[in-house]
Design a protein around this ligand. Structure first.
Ligand code: SAH
Ligand code: SF4
Length: 375
């Protein structure tokens, strides 16, 4: 399936450029290492289970094979910023990969460590309350760049000197960072498969969040293991959703919900509706009732998310009482509704914000140096 929503392709590697080993499938790895199938299994074990960061660490491979592989790279992400919350439960990274800035968040709980990965640098969908949507689309991330975010978090958790609170390995991955997963379908699907088959995460612990592209939701039901699907609704009617989630003009609620129903039927998995609560915009009891009417018959679970304010919009988060009332109306109507805890308030929790802040700082420095230069 071609990606028709975004048109900017991945930069093509020149034939002399080193390859990213995390972008190679089994056949490509076999050709590259020149060894039998068990060598490919060993290499993948080093890459995805032991999550090493260099070929030199692959100690059970013959020296000549290591020399060949060393001409290539184990991943491409360079850590530009790393911020840890005061309670040591949340880590947020800004990575650079060639021309792209990529945000990743690790959230630790007593028995769970969830990585929130980006699938695109920026996003073309333009949701007005989202920092990523405001900064526009830069490029697609490769499957290796998506998986590497999880491997990086895995190394962090495995390093006891980091003193993170929570398990010593990644248990869940949510595709809820920058970008629209179904607008980078092929690479996102390869990343899902690698996380499931090679890293060993269960399908249900992988969550794909989407604005809802009906054909691709149905394709995902065909192509992917039984992952968890979350659909970002944010409004109970098309008029409001056209504003909050602009792709709704092309794929209205009825079509998105029909595809969600088909996914649930194909996979036997309940689909989650995400609903970001914005003060005075989508948080009234009447809107909760209307939402219950839409999602109740489909057995969807609703995740109520208080908005994380971003600097460039006038949208404000609904207060805790409004959020609780909204969830209560849903529950009264028999809809399973939860309120998502927001994480890392001291860290610009919503994805896209660290990148936006880093860009604003770079711009301020540029302007300062222009002013100084003009003096
Ligand atoms: N593009 C996909 C996945 C990434 S966004 C999608 O939109 O579903 C992941 C979730 O975070 C979405 O539900 C999105 O609407 C929500 N989100 C974006 N900006 C937010 C903000 N400022 N506050 C709260 N939720 C936000
Ligand atoms: Fe893109 Fe999701 Fe942000 Fe909308 S909410 S702009 S789809 S990342």
């Amino acid at each position: 399936m071609e990606d028709t929503i975004t048109t900017v392709p991945l930069p093509r590697a020149r034939s002399t450029d080193p390859l990213n080993l995390l972008d190679l499938d089994d056949d490509a790895l076999r050709v590259l290492c020149g060894g039998p199938a068990f060598r490919v299994r060993q290499i993948k074990d080093w890459l995805y289970v032991k999550s090493v960061s260099s070929v030199a660490e692959m100690s059970n491979l013959p020296l000549e094979m290591r020399a060949v592989l060393s001409k290539h790279e184990v991943g491409r992400l360079r850590e530009e910023r790393r911020e840890v919350s005061a309670d040591h439960k949340t880590v947020k990274w800004l990575f650079r990969s060639e021309d792209a800035e990529i945000e990743t968040v690790l959230m630790c709980y007593p028995k769970r460590a969830t990585v929130c990965v980006s699938v695109q640098a920026g996003c073309a969908q333009g949701c007005p309350f989202c920092a990523t949507g405001q900064s526009g689309f830069q490029r697609q991330l490769s499957a290796g760049e998506i998986v590497e975010q999880v491997l990086h978090a895995q190394r962090e958790l495995g390093d006891s000197s980091r003193r993170l609170f929570g398990p010593d390995h990644v248990t869940n991955v949510v595709f809820m960072g920058m970008g629209e997963p179904l607008a980078n379908y092929k690479n996102m699907l390869s990343a899902l498969r690698r996380l499931h088959e090679d890293v060993g995460l269960s399908a249900r612990s992988l969550t794909v969040s989407t604005i809802g592209i009906p054909d691709r939701i149905r394709a995902l039901a065909q192509d992917a293991p039984p992952v968890t699907l979350a659909v970002s609704l944010h409004a109970p009617d098309n008029r409001l959703r056209d504003l909050l989630v602009p792709p709704n003009r092309r794929w209205p609620l009825r079509e998105v919900l029909a595809a969600a129903r088909d996914f649930a039927a194909a996979k036997g998995r309940r689909v989650t509706a995400e609903y970001t609560l914005i003060e005075g915009v989508n948080d009234s009891p009447a809107q909760a009732l209307a939402l219950a009417g839409l999602v109740g018959p489909l057995g969807m679970h609703v995740n109520c998310i208080p908005l994380n304010s971003t600097p460039d919009t006038s949208y404000r988060p609904s207060g805790p009482e409004t959020v609780a009332r909204f969830a209560a109306v849903l529950q009264d109507r028999g809809v399973n509704a939860t309120v998502r805890q927001t994480r890392g308030r001291d860290l610009d929790a919503a994805c896209g914000q660290l990148r936006a802040r880093s860009r604003a700082a770079a711009e301020a420095t540029r302007q300062r140096s222009q002013v100084t230069g003009a003096r």
